[in-house]
Design a protein around this ligand. Structure first.
Ligand SMILES: [Zn+2]
Length: 349
């Protein structure tokens, strides 16, 4: 009697397991025979009702059915998959005679480009390009640069404080000088520049941005004087803007340098003749610099009796504005690719 049920299922399978079938139908068959309530599954569960002497044979017959179905299922699926694949390959054949999609090449942001040019100039003079944290400690951003707490020089740099008065967004890249000197442990000469983001609580307008790129430089060695700084600035600006560019120093005041100077260069716009960019003076101020203050050297472990050096800092945006004739600092950050890419400008060089 039990074998009769098996024969019935076998008969059904004969009709069902045909060649011409699609994937959905094949999956339906799998449910019909091997699903939770599938015919073969049900036969299998009946095995417990079979008298002991017949159990073995019954089990074997059910297994045969299951194997038959599985073989059918596997081979049919393989066949259907390969048909599917061929169809897909046919429809996706690439016609190599069709015109291709144009790939737009990227180009550096003009600010990045100027920074790279400055880096190249200094690297050719043996400087390292170093990096430092944008979230800084008051100690490095001010105190070790000879600007103690409560000093009025701090007011000029409207600082973003993050945690009390100790943790801040660096208002200048000068803390990287301090960090580099500390690493030098008062023993190694230093030649470094640090281009990096700085932050001040300025209201954004055509010439101010609460975040800007400063490029800081420091040289510490023996017998360094202001004339070394002059020579270095000459090289930099002639390389950036051409051989006819002159530099001049005007006395200034910073806490971390003594003497301090402002560096003017020949107005790139009028080449010194006078125009509204340079307020008819023929010069524009681009850098703040000076001879490193003995206190700053001392605090970072360099004996001012032995070592001397110069430091300078300038805004990368200001250089890029001059170089690319841009009159609004916000241009660099408004992400308008027509203004800040270097596609066309690349050709001018
Ligand atoms: Zn001018």
């Amino acid at each position: 009697m039990e074998n009769k049920k098996i024969l019935e299922v076998k008969e059904l399978m004969k009709n069902d397991l045909v060649d011409s079938i699609d994937m959905n139908e094949l999956n339906d068959l799998k449910v019909k025979y091997l699903g939770k309530k599938g015919l073969i599954t049900e036969l299998n569960s009946e095995i417990k009702n079979i008298p002991n002497e017949g159990k073995k044979e019954f089990g074997m017959l059910v297994n045969e059915l299951r194997n038959e179905f599985n073989n059918y299922y596997d081979s049919t699926k393989e066949k259907l998959d390969s048909i599917e694949l061929n169809k897909k390959l046919e429809s996706e054949t690439v016609d190599i005679t069709l015109p291709s999609t144009k790939v737009k090449l990227g180009a550096p942001h003009i600010l990045e480009k100027v920074i790279e040019e400055v880096e190249d100039v200094f690297m050719s003079m043996g400087y390292d390009v170093v990096d430092g944290p944008e979230i800084e400690e008051d100690k490095y951003n001010f105190e070790m640069l000879n600007i103690p707490k409560g000093h009025p020089a701090r007011d000029a740099q409207d600082t973003f404080y993050i945690e009390g008065e100790e943790i801040l967004l660096r208002s200048q890249t000068s803390p990287v000088q301090v960090r580099t000197m500390l690493k030098g442990e008062g023993k190694t000469p230093i030649r470094m520049i640090c281009p990096g983001k700085t932050y001040r609580r300025d209201d954004d307008d055509a010439s101010h941005s609460h975040q800007f790129m400063q490029i800081e430089g420091l040289l510490v060695d023996k017998d360094i004087s202001l004339s070394d700084l002059k020579g270095t600035m000459d090289v930099l600006f002639k390389r950036l803007f051409g051989q006819n560019i002159e530099t001049r120093f005007r006395p200034s005041y910073y806490q971390f340098t003594e003497p301090s100077v402002e560096v003017d260069i020949t107005c790139v716009n009028c080449h010194g003749k006078g125009c509204n960019v340079c307020k008819n003076s023929g010069w524009v101020t681009v850098v703040g610099a000076g001879v490193v203050h003995p206190n700053v050297l001392r605090m970072s472990g360099y004996d001012p009796e032995v070592w001397s050096g110069f430091a300078f800092g300038f805004g990368a945006e200001r250089l890029a504005m001059m170089k690319y004739d841009i009159n609004d600092i916000r241009t660099f950050y408004n992400a308008d690719l027509r203004e800040v890419h270097t596609f066309d400008r690349e050709d001018e060089e």
